[in-house]
Design a protein around this ligand. Structure first.
Ligand code: HEC
Ligand code: HEC
Ligand code: HEC
Ligand code: HEC
Ligand code: HEC
Ligand code: HEC
Ligand code: HEC
Ligand code: HEC
Ligand code: HEC
Ligand code: HEC
Length: 336
């Protein structure tokens, strides 16, 4: 039996259907039947013996009201879902059939009620599932770089973080800092453990969240680091006084980034430094002695002149004199 898709409109036609329609200038019904027949014919050629044509036709759109018949709860809850906009918006091509924007055409499933006849993004490979979402969500500002982001590359699908059918404030998108942290911590347990150290940003208290520093959708910067204005690392959003530009830069701040000297996820050391004493941090670069463990990508600095008697306690606290370790506008030696 041939069933004409409900609510068929130009917006809903896939490109081949649209091409056929345009070329023949035939009534919509004829075009749809021809499209269906063409595809049926191709399939019959490929597989003999030919099954009845009715089983062969591709699934078509039936509209959300058809889904409602059997999925009443989901349908009702959907009225409060942000995606309900798809149901009512004429421009997106899925007016009155929003369910099928993610689940694909549902005519076969509506007849067979078999799970095999409907697309369930949760059961697809992440890359396949993401494709369904990205038909609409590609090129949104929040998703810049998504396809090269670490989550996409490592098969963490959109639906791992967004439960499409959950409503309420934290339903589809975690918004509260504590909820976001919980979501991220579920997979990144080691990172979360760092935030239990004594010196850290106040994530466990819910005052800040992972997405203050990271974009879960990926960016062009490694580690999906959030950016502030002018594409600078997101630390400057809150620590603008470290941004400069300074007349006298301290090279590693600019060149290697904050994580050269700080552990942004938390540290056993005051100021979240990589080492217990400030002098140890400095001498990793400013020393002609072989260092026990130089920072991974450290550029070496100059060696302190001879006046620095490192055995004297006076010289051990470098920042007593070199106060402006992040950069200075008055002193080449970063004194003030
Ligand atoms: C005639 C009743 C009926 C209609 C109409 C119907 N469904 Fe279903 N649907 C079911 C049943 C029954 C199941 C459970 C199948 C199973 O678990 O084997 C199901 C399961 C599903 C699933 C889960 C599949 C999976 O992999 O677990 C999705 C998604 C779904 N339906 C979407 C839809 C959409 C979208 C529509 C409208 C286009 C729709 N359904 C219309 C009866 C229906
Ligand atoms: C924005 C995409 C999207 C839209 C729109 C959408 N769904 Fe879903 N649906 C999903 C995803 C993703 C899942 C997998 C489970 C999950 O992540 O919540 C799902 C799961 C389901 C299931 C399986 C239920 C279960 O508990 O596993 C049914 C049934 C279903 N959807 C029906 C519908 C119906 C009916 C509509 C329209 C009222 C609809 N969906 C609209 C994305 C969507
Ligand atoms: C047919 C187009 C379409 C598809 C397909 C689609 N979305 Fe959406 N999505 C929308 C629209 C429209 C909104 C409403 C907000 C807006 O205008 O951007 C939205 C909003 C969202 C939001 C934000 C909700 C909020 O509270 O701000 C999330 C998260 C989201 N979608 C995730 C997904 C995921 C995950 C998928 C795939 C399973 C998906 N979308 C598939 C059109 C779509
Ligand atoms: C690792 C978890 C994760 C993954 C994977 C993920 N998101 Fe998100 N998404 C989030 C979080 C967390 C937020 C809230 C961000 C915020 O508040 O800044 C969000 C926000 C959103 C929003 C709302 C943006 C806004 O500003 O209102 C949309 C739309 C969205 N995501 C769509 C997607 C789509 C589409 C995919 C897959 C291509 C995806 N997300 C993958 C975690 C994720
Ligand atoms: C479903 C599991 C899962 C969830 C939830 C998740 N991630 Fe991930 N994340 C991964 C995997 C897998 C990778 C890639 C392997 C790795 O680097 O650990 C990754 C990588 C990353 C990276 C990049 C690491 C790099 O080396 O480039 C960052 C940053 C990140 N995640 C932050 C977050 C944030 C923020 C959230 C919460 C919004 C989050 N993740 C939620 C699984 C997850
Ligand atoms: C204060 C800013 C900040 C916060 C908050 C933050 N990160 Fe990071 N994160 C960074 C920086 C900076 C790096 C890069 C460190 C480096 O290059 O050595 C990083 C690296 C990572 C990495 C990759 C390297 C690694 O250590 O495994 C992952 C994964 C990650 N963060 C996940 C998270 C998660 C999950 C949260 C929330 C629980 C979080 N981050 C909170 C700044 C932050
Ligand atoms: C959302 C705002 C925000 C962002 C983004 C942020 N910080 Fe912070 N940071 C704070 C606040 C607020 C404090 C004060 C300490 C507290 O919360 O207890 C702080 C404290 C610190 C301290 C310790 C200061 C002290 O006196 O002990 C260091 C070091 C630091 N941040 C480095 C960074 C680095 C590096 C980044 C980027 C990877 C970063 N921060 C991103 C808000 C932020
Ligand atoms: C060359 C090592 C180094 C680099 C790189 C570095 N810091 Fe620091 N930072 C320090 C030291 C050392 C202290 C402690 C100063 C003290 O004890 O007087 C400190 C202290 C801080 C403090 C707390 C005290 C204050 O001045 O507000 C913040 C916040 C901070 N750094 C943020 C950052 C940010 C953001 C970046 C990246 C833009 C960064 N740091 C890069 C070495 C560094
Ligand atoms: C990751 C390596 C690194 C670390 C750690 C580091 N520096 Fe530097 N520092 C440099 C480099 C590189 C220069 C630029 C040297 C040049 O231009 O010859 C520099 C420049 C300086 C200068 C300016 C003098 C000059 O040679 O231009 C002073 C003073 C200084 N650092 C002090 C410190 C202090 C104090 C600390 C510890 C808080 C510290 N540095 C930590 C790499 C580092
Ligand atoms: C008592 C104050 C004082 C302390 C403490 C101190 N310095 Fe200095 N430092 C100076 C002075 C003064 C100069 C400038 C000497 C000159 O210009 O001839 C200097 C110069 C430097 C320079 C080279 C600047 C250049 O122009 O080449 C470096 C590097 C440096 N100090 C690193 C350190 C480190 C690392 C520590 C901690 C281990 C430290 N300083 C502790 C006073 C101090």
């Amino acid at each position: 039996m041939f069933r004409l898709p409900r609510n068929l409109s130009m917006g809903a036609l896939s490109p081949p259907e649209r091409r056929l329609h345009g070329a023949l200038r035939a009534p919509l019904l004829a075009a749809a039947m021809l499209w269906s027949a063409t595809l049926g014919g191709a399939q019959q050629q490929a597989s003999a013996p030919a099954p009845p044509a009715a089983d062969n036709k591709p699934a078509t759109y039936v509209g959300s009201e058809t889904c409602q018949m059997c999925h009443e709860d989901i349908f009702n809850a959907f009225a409060k879902n942000p995606h309900h906009a798809v149901e009512t918006d004429k421009k997106r091509g899925f007016e009155t059939k929003a369910c099928e924007s993610c689940h694909g055409p549902g005519s076969k499933h509506a007849e067979s009620v078999s799970a095999a006849d409907i697309r369930n993004p949760a059961k697809l490979k992440p890359a396949e599932a993401d494709k369904a979402c990205l038909t609409c969500h590609l090129n949104q500002p929040t998703h810049v770089g998504r396809l090269s982001g670490s989550h996409a590359k490592n098969q963490v699908a959109c639906v791992a973080c967004h439960s499409v059918h959950k409503n309420g404030p934290d339903g589809m998108v975690a918004r509260k800092a504590s909820d976001i942290n919980k979501q991220c911590a579920a997979c990144h347990t080691d990172v979360w453990a760092s935030f239990q150290r004594p010196y850290k940003h106040r994530l466990p208290e819910g005052a800040m969240s992972c997405v203050d520093c990271h974009n879960p959708h990926g960016t062009s910067l490694p580690r999906s680091i959030q950016t502030a204005r002018a594409n600078e690392p997101g630390c400057y959003k809150c620590h603008g006084d470290k941004a400069g530009p300074f007349v006298f830069d301290h090279a590693p701040v600019r060149v290697e980034g904050c994580a050269t000297c700080h552990q942004p996820h938390g540290s056993a050391n005051p100021r979240m430094l990589t080492r217990a004493q400030v002098a140890q941090v400095c001498l990793e670069c400013h020393s002609n002695l072989p260092v026990p463990k130089p920072a991974a990508n450290a550029t070496l600095g100059s060696v302190p002149p001879a006046i620095h008697d490192l055995r004297s306690p006076q010289f051990q606290n470098c920042t007593n004199c070199h106060q402006k370790v992040h950069g200075s506008n008055v002193s080449r030696d970063l004194f003030k």
